[in-house]
Design a binder for this molecule. Structure first.
Ligand SMILES: Cc1ncc(C[n+]2csc(CCOP(=O)(O)OP(=O)(O)O)c2C)c(N)n1
Length: 671
């Protein structure tokens, strides 16, 4: 053991280890090995560096800590309990049990101090990069000379699995490019994953890879030696220009005589015999379990006093900032609470009726630029498709190293990490993040979208080129099953507007909404801008589905239900059906999720149960539409991959035409 490693340190480290061992043993499932090996670095970080206040886990200028290797959750839970967060020892004993605050993997919902939900490897890595970007942006935007009100580090513990996953490669590349000097990752280099040694599949020089990405890389050869870990973190803090990776050689299951350095320590309890041997080996009492020696607790709980002092100091700084810059301070408070400034939407245009119309992606670009001046923390970008997704904010530059206060982020061709970064930005708070790509490539970011939904994050996705309507690029680029697959994600709101004014309403909703991400599906091709004197107002979109056009006495014989570009096909079909003397209703179903959230009365008003003759039309798989059209309904869609041809030809060939829709509808009612 090196300098700076006294008996109390050892006691504290073993306390973390044994809480993890006992927690996993009691739950009879979990991952003891990672916490046992990583306990010393976690201890050093949490007791010597991390600036946090366990009594207020939402203090905005706290350092962020991400346990990217979420399977080692007992490490985080132990640290949270020991340093005085509102997470009782009972909760640690309830690890992995129903309604405990200590689920199998850390979830942002549950215990204070869990900054993000991790478990799918690599996600936490990307989230940390997003947090660090948000920190730099907010610092550039709000700090004034002598008033660094935003000034914190983002730390993570990352594992072999994290570094194997592609998302971390993408995130590391961008973090290096952006020179995120306040990002400090400790790599738990234990060289074991589930199938055994990392030599089976992971043999590149990891450190060299990060050097090539532009990171500052240090090595600590003995993960039990506190002094070199301390020095490395200090050096990482001093490095302002590059993100830091500290490669710490550790031993999975450290202290377990038969399981240390083996995959057996990774994902199952040590077993009661081995727990006993381990405790003997580390000179730890076998009973009681969940033992926290008083001296260790006193040491850890110093975090409460230190945290209180730090937060008070910060608050003092903030008050003087507020005196000097009252307006900015107001803006800051709004940004961190997520409150919108009055009149933020006042410049959203009303698009005049126009047969030629515009693509909804173009309308979206116009709306972004109408709201951006009023929403100074609206920040976003695209995965190298901004000219196509129309997501650039005009009048502001590119967010780059040394220009962190600009609002256009270039994520590069890195959809997966874009999603993870957006999540990290939303988790950090203070910013309103959005990201854009083609709808087809939402597949590349699905794991991050799922986590955004799970965490209820306010993130907006701009997914353009939303159907075969993109034309000649062909089946690789034409979304077919993507709408259905996004709709399958719980707590994700998907909106597919039918014209420019609905696009404006969709953005209005996305900006005002809290508690779930919103995905906008937008067209490449022009769509007519509907005449709202003839058709119902675009505000109906906020209810998910609304009656756009109706004939007769409000008791239609047949209902056409459509989304996005196919709404126009439905309107044309309705004209044909009416010529026949049949009463027909066109329901614009822009968002299933919003419609499903309406009361029975409204839903029955829009889709009266007595009208069983219903036809849906959407340029994607028909899966799911029967929920709205019922057993007797017909769904028109595309249950195959697309094709390369001009888009009008494709709509014709795939049968997404007004004639076919009218014919099907009439046939349903026997005409
Ligand atoms: C994306 C993803 N794929 C697979 C898994 C399943 N899994 C959990 S831990 C793990 C191996 C992790 O090895 P490592 O990161 O080195 O953790 P350690 O063995 O050090 O605990 C795998 C494959 C996962 N959690 N996430």
């Amino acid at each position: 053991m090196g300098d700076g490693h006294d008996a109390l340190d050892q006691l504290c480290i073993n306390t973390i280890r044994m809480l993890a061992v006992d927690g996993v043993q009691k739950a009879n499932s979990g991952h003891p090995g990672m916490p046992m090996g990583a306990a010393p670095m976690a201890y050093v970080l949490w007791t010597r560096f991390l600036r946090h206040n366990p009594a207020n886990s939402t203090w905005p200028n706290r350092d962020r800590f991400v346990l990217s290797a979420g399977h080692g959750s007992m490490l985080l839970y132990s640290l949270l309990h020991l340093t005085g967060y509102d997470l009782s020892l009972e909760e640690l004993k309830n690890f992995r049990q129903w309604e405990s605050k200590t689920p199998g993997h850390p979830e942002s919902c549950c215990a204070p101090g869990v900054e993000t939900t991790t478990g799918p490897l690599g996600q936490g890595f990307a989230n940390g990069v997003g947090m660090a970007i948000a920190e730099r942006f907010l610092a550039a935007h709000f700090n004034r000379p002598g008033h660094p009100i935003v000034d914190h580090h983002t730390y993570a513990i990352v594992s072999d699995g994290d570094l194997m996953e592609g998302i971390s490669h993408e995130a590391a590349s961008l973090a290096g490019h952006l020179r995120l000097g306040k990002l400090i990752y400790l790599y738990d280099d234990n060289r074991i994953s589930i199938e055994g040694s990392t030599d089976l599949a992971f043999t590149e020089d990891r450190g060299a890879r990060f050097v090539a990405y532009g990171w500052h890389v240090q090595h600590v050869d003995d993960g039990n030696d506190l002094e070199p870990i301390t020095q490395a973190i200090r050096a990482a803090q001093e490095e302002a220009e590059r993100p830091s990776l500290i490669v710490v050689r550790t031993h999975i299951g450290y202290g377990s005589p038969n399981k240390q350095d083996t995959a057996a320590a990774h994902g199952e309890p040590l077993g009661s015999d081995e727990v006993t041997l381990t405790k003997e080996n580390l000179d730890w009492p076998i009973d009681p379990t969940f033992l926290i020696p008083d001296e260790a607790l006193v040491r850890f709980r110093q975090a409460l006093q230190e945290g209180k002092k730090r937060e008070e100091e910060w608050y003092g700084q903030f008050q003087s900032y507020e005196r000097e810059y009252p307006q900015l301070a107001e803006e800051w408070k709004r940004a961190v609470t997520g409150e919108l400034p009055a009149g933020w939407d006042k410049d959203i245009p009303i698009f005049p009726a126009d047969e030629k119309g515009m693509a909804t992606r173009v309308a979206s670009g116009t709306v972004i630029n109408a709201i951006a001046p009023h929403l100074p923390t609206l920040v976003g970008g695209s995965a190298d498709l901004a000219p196509s997704t129309k997501t650039l904010i005009e009048g502001t530059g590119d967010l780059q190293a040394d220009h962190y206060g600009e609002r256009n982020i270039h994520f590069g061709v890195r959809e997966h990490t874009m999603g993870g970064i957006l999540n990290g930005m939303a988790l950090h708070g203070g910013v309103i993040p959005y990201g854009a790509t083609f709808l087809i490539f939402s597949d590349y970011m699905r794991p991050t979208t799922r986590l955004a939904a799970m965490m209820g994050l306010k993130v907006t996705y701009v997914f353009t080129h939303d159907s075969i309507g993109l034309g000649e690029d062909g089946p690789t680029h034409q979304p077919i099953e993507q709408l259905a697959s996004l709709r399958a994600i719980p707590n994700l709101i998907v909106i597919r507007p039918a014209d420019a004014n609905e696009t404006a309403e969709a953005w209005r909703f996305a900006i005002e909404h809290k508690g779930s991400p919103v995905a906008l599906a937008l067209t490449r091709q022009n769509l007519p801008t509907l005449d709202r004197n003839k058709y119902a107002a675009a505000q109906g979109l906020s209810r998910g589905a609304y009656i756009l056009s109706d004939s007769g006495d409000g008791r239609p014989e047949v209902i056409l239900i459509a989304s996005g570009s196919e709404v126009h096909v439905a309107l044309e079909a309705a004209e044909k059906i009416r010529e026949n003397g049949t009463s027909v209703r066109v329901v614009n179903m822009a968002s299933w999720e919003l419609f499903d959230g309406q009361g029975d009365d409204y839903r029955n008003e829009v889709l009266p149960p007595e009208t069983a003759a219903r036809v849906s039309i959407e340029a994607g798989v028909t899966q799911g539409w029967h929920r709205y059209i019922g057993d007797r309904g017909e769904a028109i869609g595309i249950d195959r991959f697309g094709a390369s041809a001009p888009y009008k030809v494709l709509f014709e060939k795939f049968g997404l035409t007004a004639d076919r829709l009218a014919e099907k509808a009439l046939k349903l009612i026997g005409r």
